[in-house]
Design a protein around this ligand. Structure first.
Ligand code: ADP
Ligand code: MG
Length: 259
């Protein structure tokens, strides 16, 4: 799955369909995210945004279509021209290459901030405690929380907790970061500090898919803006073109509500 440019897309989806029972939630999604790109996804509640992210992250099985992450077919291993379904442990290994940040931060409440960030590298990768701690402190510093390393999540604001959640995801050195409405549970005055961290991550070259209704972020940081509605991509393009000049009525109506 390589482009004529010779560069393998970080994410590529072709005709991705997803049903929950009889409910068709994704109705043929075609998208591509190249390495280093930031794709922002907007759309009304229930349009399938989270489901699409969950498909990328091996948390949902596609009903039909194909999805590649970094050139590898999600859910399958190719041997010759045969495809084999991945085993559970193989899926888990793939999932570790992708960082995901949710609306709710889900930090471990009984662990300090630093321990939260150290946990996965130690448990999953077998990294030595001292090395994990050193790396965690570097990451906490990069999200502006070096002074909170020994605090507990409950002692932090929502914005600070979300920045810890980002640091925790980065501790596993993901090649792709998925954000599912990372600021929508935050008080308005705390949104900016999280977006600043995400912007810096993008500037450092991280490939990101971001479901967000922060249109300022989408315009300034996004390479592409995707508008989803009812399980389809209604419109996609350069956010600096789509936002001021949407081509579809549905996009226009939606932007009218979030801008
Ligand atoms: P969005 O993130 O755009 O709000 P979702 O992807 O969460 O949309 O949901 C799309 C649709 O799929 C909704 O109608 C939702 O109720 C349905 N849905 C999501 N997850 C499940 C599930 N596990 N089982 C059944 N229906 C689901
Ligand atoms: Mg959602």
């Amino acid at each position: 799955m390589t482009e004529p440019s010779g560069i393998t897309p970080m994410v590529r989806s072709e005709g991705v369909h997803k049903y929950f029972g009889r409910l068709e939630v994704l109705k043929g999604i075609d998208l591509q995210v190249m390495p280093g790109e930031v794709m922002c996804v907007i759309g009304p509640s229930g349009s399938g945004k989270s489901t699409f992210l969950r498909c990328i992250n091996h948390l949902e099985k596609l009903t039909a279509g194909k999805l590649w992450v970094d050139g590898e077919l999600v859910g399958y291993r190719q041997k010759g021209d045969k495809l084999y379904e991945l085993r559970e442990n193989e899926v888990a290994a793939k999932r570790r290459e992708i960082g995901m940040v949710f609306q709710r931060f889900n930090l471990f409440p009984h662990m300090t901030v630093c321990e939260n960030v150290m946990e996965a590298p130690i448990q999953v990768r077998g990294v030595a405690r001292s090395a994990a701690r050193e790396r965690a402190l570097t990451l906490l510093d990069s999200v502006g929380l070096a002074d909170k390393a020994t605090a507990y999540p409950r002692e932090l604001s929502g914005g600070q907790q979300q920045r810890v959640a980002i640091a925790r995801a980065l501790a596993m050195d993901p090649k792709l970061m998925l954000f599912d409405e990372p600021t929508s549970a935050l008080d308005p005055e705390l949104v900016g500090e999280v977006l600043t961290v995400m912007r810096r991550l993008a500037e450092d070259g991280m490939t990101m898919v971001v479901v967000t209704h922060e249109m300022g972020f989408a315009r300034e940081v996004g390479d592409t803006l995707v508008f989803m509605d009812g399980g389809v991509v209604v419109e996609q393009g350069d956010p600096r073109e789509v936002i001021p000049n949407p081509q579809h009525e549905r996009t226009k109506a939606f932007l009218g509500k979030v801008l």
